[in-house]
Design a protein around this ligand. Structure first.
Ligand SMILES: C[S@@+](CC[C@H](N)C(=O)[O-])C[C@H]1O[C@@H](n2cnc3c(N)ncnc32)[C@H](O)[C@@H]1O
Length: 263
């Protein structure tokens, strides 16, 4: 399996990512770091760091010298490095983490596992790089209902195309218990799982729609791959799905997180 396949739709600038997803992943990062127990004095790794929403939260808590990160997207390695000077950011995937054994007290991945080709290898690798007693934690969107922006998009797409590759249908790890099972399969112990929630406010529907036109992730990639007439019908369907809002729109993002301890 090609570990870089999941990164192909993330070859974009940090700014484009922020307008689409970083607006959610920044507030999520502080909740996730709290849940994972990231505290001063530890060394942390951000796996699948993107342009660095979680990396920045880790730097705030631990200092740049204690934080490392990796991502298979070259543009995100550059963006994360620029945004987090002094952090050791390396190209690399979760399936083959580019750091030595037992280097960290905590290894985290935020909104990444959905895109990983070989999650079992990723679990083994994240366990490998933490010390005995160290923590591996991961969070993903709750696709059942929880991520309103993506849910509304795919409901609108499915109304026009029953074969649309809706993330809530095709992605693993979006429902309760899956992350815990992943940690257990990786040999982690003392596993706990929780739900988290964030939100983001858009100026108007046009701002929301512009995010999809950047082609990021499965939704953006599907959107920009449509011929112009079908894309326009999708835009109208999404607007209807959201109740034809006038003015600002606030959407929530529900996520699931799990953590475990290496014995
Ligand atoms: C939705 S973004 C999340 C980025 C960042 N963690 C955040 O919270 O904003 C998904 C990230 O997973 C990365 N990715 C895709 N496949 C991966 C893999 N096999 N291993 C590690 N990261 C991967 C992408 O390049 C992208 O940066």
């Amino acid at each position: 399996m090609d570990p870089v396949a999941g990164a192909r739709t993330f070859a974009v600038s940090g700014e484009a990512y922020d307008a689409f997803m970083g607006r959610y992943s920044r507030p999520l990062a502080s909740q996730f770091a709290d849940f994972a127990g990231v505290a001063a004095g530890g060394r942390a790794l951000d796996v699948g760091c993107g342009p660095g929403a979680l990396t920045a939260e880790l730097v705030k808590r631990l200092g740049f010298a204690q934080v490392s990160a990796c991502d298979p997207s070259d543009s995100f390695v550059v963006a994360c490095t620029e945004r987090n000077p002094g952090v050791d950011v390396r190209p690399g995937s979760a399936e083959r983490v580019p750091f030595d054994d037992a280097r960290f007290d905590v290894a985290l991945s935020q909104l990444v596992l959905h895109f990983v080709s070989d999650p079992a290898a990723a679990g083994r690798e994240m366990r490998r790089v933490v010390v005995p007693g160290g923590i591996v934690a991961s969070c993903v969107w709750d696709f059942a209902e929880g991520m309103e922006m993506l849910h509304a998009f795919w409901e609108a797409a499915l109304a026009l195309d029953p074969d649309a590759p809706a993330e809530q249908r095709v992605m693993r790890f979006g429902t309760a218990g899956e992350l815990s099972q992943w940690l257990s399969d990786a040999g982690m112990e003392e596993i706990t799982e929780t739900a988290m929630s964030v939100s983001s406010t858009y100026r108007d529907f046009d701002e929301l729609w512009a995010g999809f036109l950047a082609g990021i992730g499965p939704a953006g990639s599907y959107c920009v791959g449509l011929p112009p007439d079908r894309r326009e019908r999708l835009r109208a369907a999404l607007n209807r799905q959201l109740g034809e809002p006038i003015g600002s729109i606030t959407l929530s993002g529900g996520a699931r997180a799990a953590r475990g301890v290496r014995s």
